[in-house]
Each structure stands twice: as C-alpha cells, then as structure tokens.
Ligand binder design. Structure first.
Ligand code: CKX
Length: 615
C-alpha cells in the first residue's frame, strides 16, 4: 500500500490529532444487493444500530443475520473542526473485514481489500469543515480462492449467499477494529524504520525517516531517543543514520525495556510533524538449530491464539487483550503466534511492553483443497492440487500485498521475532515451489530487520513430501498425534508415530530449529472421566503429556505452542461442538484442568531450555 502519514499508528502529538469515531453506528444488511442502486452511499435509510468496533454476527437473534454473506453497510456522522481546513484529514480504519468501500458526504473516497490490516481514506477534499459529515462504509465478507483467507461463496436455492471457509474459524466480519479521524500536517513523516544491532555490550540503532514533502521544500529530520524515565539518551539530525546507544538496556524475554524514538520534521526551525515508536534493543537470529534473542538461545513456550470472544466475535477489545496477557503470564508463557491473521495493533504494543515473542502470521490460511472443503472431493468433484489452480497468479498477488503490508505495519515491534507466511498450505506439489519462493522473497525484501521467516506445516506434509520447508528459516509443525491421528486409547501408538515422524525430520539434516506451533485435543470443560476418553479434561492433559515427553527427547525441538489458547467459534458441523474446544482456557478465559498442568511444566522450563553450550 502507498505510504501515507495516516497509516502510521494513530497517535496525537504536537502536530497530529487522532479522534475516535467508535460508538453506535447505523447498520444494515444488504440482503437484496440493492444498496448501490438505491443510493445508500448518501444514507443507508431505515437501519439497526450496532457497536463499532465489533463483528456484527453475534448481536442478532436470528440465524440469517449470523450467517449473512454479502454486502453490509454502516453509517455514522462526524464533525470536522473548521481549523482543520488546509491540513491532511483522513479517516483511518484499523480493519474492515474482509473488504470495504468508504463514502464521505456521498463521494467514494477509498476501497480496501483484506480484513486484518489498517487503511486510511483521505477526506480533505470532501469534508464539510465546521459542520457535520456523513460517513458510510460498505463492507463485504464474501470468500474466494483469490482473496485471503481462502474459501468460496455459494448461492443457496433462495438466492442467499453462503460463505464456505477453507479454514477452521468463524467468518466474523464487520468494522472490527477502531476508527479514527486524523488531522495531519501536509508535510509529514510517512515512515520510520528501526534496526537495532548489538556488539558485545554496545548497542546501535539504525534509523530511516521517510517524509512526504511538497516539491522544493527544504526539510530537516531529527531523531531523539528517550529512556523509560523520559531522559534523552541520544539525538541525531538527518533522515538516516546509525546511533550508538549509551549504557544500553536490552529488550529481553518477559523483561522488556522500551526506548521512545521520536522522529521530528522541521522547516527553518519550525516543527512540522512529530511521531514516535516505542522500540526495544534486541536482535533475533537463527543459528543452526538455535533461535537466538540477543545472541542467547530461547525456547518458545506459548500458544496459537485467535481474536475471538463472546458477542464481539473478532472485534477489538482491550479488556480481552489485557486478560489474555495476564493469563499467558500466569501460565508461564513467553510467546504466541497470531494465528491466522495479523492482530489489532494494540496486541503488539502490549507484547512489546510485556516482553512476549510474537510469530506474526499473514492471513494466508485455507490454501488447501482437502481439509475444510473435503466433501467436494468425496462427492467426486475433480481434485486439483491447490498450487495447480488457474486462480493462483491472482491469489499470489493478494498474498504478496498482504505480506508486504503486514510487515510495513509491524516491522518496528521488538516483540515480533518472525513472520509466518502461511498456515497449513498444501505444499506437496512441485507447483508450490515458485509460489513459496515469491512469498518468502517478498518478506525478506520488505523487512528492514530481516527477521526469520516460516510457515505452519500441516500434518499431511512430511519430511519427504513438503516442498515448502526448504524456504523456512525454522520449521513450524502443526501436529495432532493423539487427536486427529491415533486418538484416545491409541495414544501409545500415537506417541510412537510422532517419534517416528521426528526421526524422519532428523534424518533430513536440515540443521534448523523446529517448533510445534499446534498440538492439542478438543476438551469439554464440563467433562471428567476415569479412565479418560477423548474430549474429557483428563484426556487433554494426557495428550499434552505425551507430546511433551516426545518434544523433550529431541534437542532440535526449540518451542511448543499449544493449540489453542482459548476455545473459539467456528462454523457449525459434526466435528465442532459450538466451536473448536482445544482451548487451555474456555472462551470466557477461565482455566480448564490442563491449564494447571501446563503452568507447572512451563514454569519449570528455563527460557533457554535445550540451549547448546557451543553457541
Ligand atoms: N490447524 C488439520 C489449523 C487450525 C485448526 C486446527 C484444528 C487445525 C488442524 C489441521 O486453524 O483449528 O483442527 O483444531
């Protein structure tokens, strides 16, 4: 996406104002698909009201609203103060899922594809200064094989559309993240890139400030780095440079230290723009089978998560963000993966503050033709390997953009230690290779810090069949031995099968760290059984114990992230009891019995578990 000052995280400073537009908005499902023809851009007519931000699905009491697929419309009014005239004025959306078109006072001013990243609409030419303005947003939640996440949209006999996700989470949608009105200077900072470097006990911060400057303007960029007490530790002039940080305090796992980095833009001594990032001094590197943070080996203990909660669906909720971090601290976790899409920006800010390690995942889930759409194969429809599809070039374009935009948004967070570029793709055909290469190259090119890249490998991709693993800097395995494979009373055989698969990976001599980014068992928080059966609380503990016994026996396994942090909503079906129940916590964020077992294990494993002394 083109860089604009409005895409930077919205912060009010001496030069910028960010005002929340969140609240109760008007809302209308476009069940007849007539919104455009009927001129809803000028006002959506008789409508419901609904909270923004939130997913719309779980407020209503009828199934048609919950399952609705197609266009949906939001409307609100906002005031633009007269003194904003002559400035850049934008409306910034944290996300509109999966796509949105924005109208201000009847004029279309922006379109955006992709439901998990921010975008901004320039309203300067359309705004009514000193008066009220009408903001209308047309959202759409249809799925396709050329958009992310992947799925398809079918037509029901009565003409309604139905979303068919190729992924295992509910197709929540709407204006799910905060909306803000921004007033920005015309001559503005459009980007700041930070690269920390360590050398012995010395630390450097390389920086680059990008600006939007009107032709012929003489500008000066300055940078100030402040410690947590607000004292200036170093200052610099110029748009680029490398700064030595005196007496550096490093950003460490669960022991974060954040420096505030102010970028400022001046003309003849007059301040035109200022903006800051809270940044940490840390390095991330893969060496052999080690993941090194600041040169020290680290073992990932954590979860795959979802943004998912009662009533608000995938809607932004600071309360849930706070509770989730408290639970992760309580249980002794140090990391999580943003399965299966980039999360709200505030999640990363909290991870930066709390010293959590984040594997940041692109919304590239569902690139598989036999799991969630398996019935088509059974019904005899022709099965084409996913990466042989004719639609691939278009999907690749969407995918590259999603990766580039995710990295542009998240590149300065010290908490982000790696990019996950796919979840569980069907990577066993030769045709996957050029696609993977393009996506992995794009991630490397986009990231000033050159973080490690990976993807989560589905259980059908094996040591001798995965074509994607050659591109990963470290290997992430999603494995369900003891659940989908050899579950219940076959768990002893499952253990042997898991060991034998790991022996297979060992024999490949990849010399890379491996992590388990998914393992676990669905568990009903009300079910106890002796001896255990699948779905019981006792069985969840047994399945975890079995996996851990195996992980402990292989020194190249350098991390374990249970699936999942909390129970979450999925579509209905015979495999799901009102959602996926593999949570260690319930959807209401209370512990299942396994949480106490896991806390014990996690607290007993040092952060550098399995570190090799020869590093
Ligand atoms: N992995 C067969 C992706 C997650 C799902 C998880 C599950 C799968 C398993 C792959 O999004 O929720 O079925 O629990």
């Amino acid at each position: 996406m083109k860089k604009t000052a409005a895409l930077l995280y919205p912060r009010s400073t001496a030069a910028r104002q960010a005002v929340s537009l969140d609240g109760m908005w008007k809302f209308r499902l476009d069940t007849q698909g007539s919104g455009i023809v009927d001129g809803w851009k000028d006002g959506i007519g008789p409508a419901d009201t609904i909270p923004v931000p939130a997913s719309f699905q779980d407020f209503f009491t009828d199934k048609n609203s919950r399952e609705y697929t197609g266009d949906f419309w939001y409307e609100t009014e906002f005031f633009v103060p007269p003194e904003r005239k002559g400035k850049s004025v934008y409306i910034r959306f944290g996300s509109v899922t999966h796509r949105g078109t924005v109208f201000v006072n009847g004029a279309e001013i922006a379109r955006h594809e992709g439901g998990f990243l921010p975008f901004a609409a320039d309203i300067a030419k359309r705004a009514n200064y000193g008066g009220s303005n009408r903001l209308v947003v047309k959202g759409n939640n249809e799925l396709s094989e050329t958009n992310l996440p992947v799925g398809r949209t079918t037509s029901l006999p009565d003409g309604r559309k139905a979303a068919k996700p190729y992924f295992d989470f509910f197709n929540y949608s709407g204006i799910q993240r905060p909306v803000r009105l921004l007033a920005l200077p015309k001559t503005a900072i459009t980007d700041l890139s930070l690269i920390p470097r360590l050398n012995g006990d010395k630390a450097e911060l390389e920086y680059a400030v990008e600006t939007l400057v009107e032709t012929g303007e003489e500008m000066e960029a300055r940078l100030s780095v402040l410690d947590e007490e607000g004292r200036i530790v170093v200052e610099a002039q110029g748009a680029k440079g490398v700064l030595a940080i005196p007496n550096p305090r490093l950003w460490k796992v669960r022991d974060a230290y954040l420096y505030r980095v102010w970028a400022r833009l001046y003309r003849n001594g007059e301040l035109l723009d200022e903006w800051y990032e809270d940044s940490g001094l840390r390095t991330v590197e893969i060496r052999g089978t080690e993941l090194l943070l600041n040169g020290e080996s680290v073992y990932l203990k954590g979860f795959g998560k979802h943004e998912d909660a009662d009533l608000i669906g995938r809607g932004y909720s600071l309360a849930h963000i706070k509770r989730d971090f408290e639970l992760m601290k309580w249980i002794g976790a140090n990391s999580f993966r943003t399965s299966h899409y980039p999360y709200a920006e505030e999640v990363y800010l909290m991870a930066d503050r709390e010293g959590f390690l984040v594997i940041d995942e692109a919304p590239a889930v569902g690139l598989f033709d036999t799991t969630n759409n398996a019935l088509d194969t059974v019904r005899g429809k022709k099965k084409v390997p996913f990466f042989d599809k004719e639609t691939l070039p278009e999907l690749l374009e969407t995918h590259l953009k999603a990766v580039q935009d995710m990295i542009a948004r998240d590149k300065n967070h010290p908490s982000v230690i790696a990019w996950s570029l796919f979840n569980e793709p069907e990577d066993t055909s030769e045709t996957a290779i050029p696609y993977f290469k393009a996506v992995f190259d794009a991630a490397l090119d986009s990231d000033p810090q050159k973080r490690p890249r990976t993807f989560a490998v589905i259980m059908f991709s094996r040591p001798d069949t995965s074509k994607g693993c050659q591109f990963s800097d470290f290997i992430c395995l999603n494995r369900y031995y003891g659940w989908y494979v050899l579950g219940g009373c076959d768990i002893d055989i499952a253990e042997q099968a898991l060991r034998s698969e790991l022996d297979g990976w060992k024999a490949q001599h990849l010399n890379k760290p491996f992590m388990f980014t998914e393992y676990g068992a669905d568990t009903d928080s009300g079910l106890h059984k002796l001896p255990s059966v699948q779905w019981s609380q006792e069985y969840q503990i047994e399945a975890l114990e079995m996996n851990h016994r195996v992980f402990d026996a292989y020194d190249f396994i350098k991390g374990e992230q249970v699936w999942a942090f909390a129970d979450f909503q999925t579509g209905e079906g015979i495999h799901r009891l009102d959602g996926n129940k593999k949570g260690i916590f319930t959807r209401q964020r209370q512990p299942k019995a396994a949480a106490f077992y896991l806390k014990n294990r996690r607290e007993s494993l040092p952060e550098n578990y399995k570190s090799r002394s020869n590093i």
